[in-house]
Design a protein around this ligand. Structure first.
Ligand code: HXC
Length: 513
């Protein structure tokens, strides 16, 4: 055998992973193989593998003499739309993709590389968790990954795709990363599985209803995106990356837009003129404003009372946060506050300007919310907006009541440009509630309480339920016609391209976690 032949033989052995039988079993579960996944995710022919010949280090419990080249994870670099990314893809055919020491070291090595070259890191997860035979070494391996995820956080974008099991502490690496994708029916995430839960609490559940894609995308908020297939998942990751910079020191790419920056939107006037109690989907506003009407929604099924995601305005990537009157009247609650706060912090870390569309009647009332800590969780959004130094432009579409007015990127917490549509209502509370509190005694003693109330509601509406009281005080920079929203926003963000704010020098703030 020549030296070259020997190399090829070794590489072939590494590429075989757990062998044909295991590969067949993987396919029967409706899952792709680790290398097939990378081929679909990355630009054709761009993958360069690293550490293919690294072998399993464990020697106990049947692992002696079983050194598997690659140790159940494929790592390397590649490109997506021509831009470099670092990747790992766990190979379930090798000991269930379980994480042993060598496996962990490979992930750490490629993550260190991603930080050095300032490129996004994408992890494709399909693993039975800590490799039982390697004991504390695999636990330590996980912790080394977690530590690196944290150091890289805000420095390079980190994305996790869950394409199979992800159990125990293994879920914490994806949880620290910026975006978690899950594939319906084949992926699941949980700390303790159905069996342990049954033994500990007596609750009956199964993998899917405990930690499947749907549950995490709608109830827990762990998953930001779900996909119907692995192919769909990779397509979505590619789309997401298009809105992001390579790292926190760069700005996202500007993509030439064929959509006219001066395009006006007469349709938005209908929403502006609508009865203020009537619900509408804020998506209609976002689509109308965005280049080519395209909006990549993040966390679509979770806390639907607030909508977050990415659009382009005249080719520039912009993060959108918008109250959605279609759900809970657009009020802020615990989940909405957390969802939006995390998104704001992501955009701020990666130089993505923020557009806030406000239509909020206040915080969602209730004992569950109060006891669940809405004070603490609601403060996260306030903190995130106040801390964000990227360009911030706010448009009050309709209601901006109470503390929620302050929180939603108001002038007072350093919105750069704050606009309102002419139908905006900005006050401590709605006219009805305000009159009932201010005139409770008078209403009781009045000869015609209904008429008294109506007169006072009208007076309050005239004075406060409009944008002009705030505009007169400079709390709004401009009241704009709804149809002019897109061109005005494009001008505003263009003007803010050179914005620079130096934060106070300190170790770090203390966000109310
Ligand atoms: C070693 C493992 C393994 C593990 C699976 N395998 N998980 N080997 N360590 N953690 C092996 C199996 O023995 C089997 O080997 C092969 O992978 C495929 O597993 P199957 O069970 O046949 O596959 P499937 O039916 O699809 O079930 C997948 C599974 C199940 C749901 C993941 O294997 C499972 O429950 N595994 C244990 C999960 C777990 O409890 N992990 C530890 C979590 S604690 P053969 O040779 O038969 O093919 C943890 C701590 C992290 O991760 C701490 C960080 C702080």
């Amino acid at each position: 055998m020549t030296k070259t032949e020997e190399l090829l033989k070794r590489l072939q052995r590494a590429q075989a992973g757990g062998g044909t039988e295991k590969a067949k079993a993987q396919k029967e579960k409706g899952k792709l193989l680790a290398r097939e996944r990378l081929d679909l995710l990355l630009d054709e022919g761009s993958f360069r593998e690293l550490d293919a010949l690294v072998e399993t280090k464990g020697r106990e419990f049947g692992l002696e003499g079983k050194g598997v080249p690659g140790d159940g994870v494929v790592t390397g670099t590649g490109t997506i739309h021509g831009r470099t990314v670092c990747v790992f893809s766990q190979d379930f055919t090798v000991m269930g993709g379980s994480l042993g020491l060598a496996h962990a070291e490979k992930i750490c090595k490629v993550l260190d590389l991603a930080v050095r070259i300032r490129a996004p890191m994408i992890g494709l997860c399909d693993s039975g968790g800590a490799r039982i035979q390697e004991g504390v070494e695999s636990l330590g391996g996980y912790a080394e990954i977690f530590y690196r995820n944290v150091q890289a956080s805000g420095f390079i974008p980190q994305i996790s795709a869950i394409l199979g099991p992800c159990a125990g502490g293994a879920v914490y690496s994806p949880a620290i990363t910026d975006f978690v994708f899950m594939v319906e029916n084949t992926s699941f995430m949980f700390i303790t599985g159905p069996e342990v839960i049954k033994a500990a609490t007596g609750e009956q559940t199964d993998f899917e209803s405990l930690g499947g894609a749907h549950v995490h995308a709608t109830k827990s908020g762990v998953a930001h995106f779900t996909a119907g297939s692995e192919q769909d998942c990779f397509r979505q990751i590619q789309e997401l990356l298009g809105y992001l910079p390579q790292n926190g020191e760069e700005k996202p790419l500007r993509i030439a837009s064929s959509d006219n920056p001066s395009r006006t939107s007469p349709e938005l006037e209908k929403i502006c003129e609508m009865d203020s109690k009537k619900p509408y989907r804020v998506h209609d506003v976002i689509w109308e404003i965005a280049d080519a009407h395209q909006f990549l929604e993040v966390h679509k099924g979770f806390a639907e009372n607030i909508v977050v995601g990415f659009i382009r305005l005249n080719g520039e990537s912009v993060g959108v946060v918008a109250n959605n009157p279609k759900h809970l009247s657009g009020a802020l609650d615990i989940s909405a506050s957390e969802k939006a706060a995390r998104f704001v912090r992501f955009c701020d870390a990666f130089n993505i300007p923020l557009l806030t569309l406000v239509d909020v009647p206040g915080y969602w009332p209730g004992v569950t919310q109060e006891h669940g800590g809405i004070i603490r969780h609601g403060a996260k959004l306030l903190y995130a907006y106040s801390q964000a130094t990227v360009p911030k432009v706010t448009v009050i579409l309709r209601k901006a009541y109470g503390g929620a007015y302050d929180v939603m990127s108001s002038k007072h917490i350093r919105g750069d440009f704050n606009f309102a549509w002419p139908g905006a209502e900005i006050a401590v509370m709605g006219p009805q509630g305000a009159v009932e509190i201010l005139y409770s005694k008078e209403i009781k003693t009045s000869k015609d309480p209904e008429k008294f109330k109506q007169d006072k509601v009208q007076e309050y509406t005239r004075k406060f339920a409009n944008p002009y009281y705030a505009a007169q005080r400079g709390f709004l920079d401009e009241v704009i016609g709804a149809a002019q929203t897109r061109p005005r926003l494009i001008q505003a963000f263009e003007c803010l391209r050179t914005k620079r704010v130096e934060p106070l020098k300190k170790r770090h703030g203390n966000i109310p976690l």
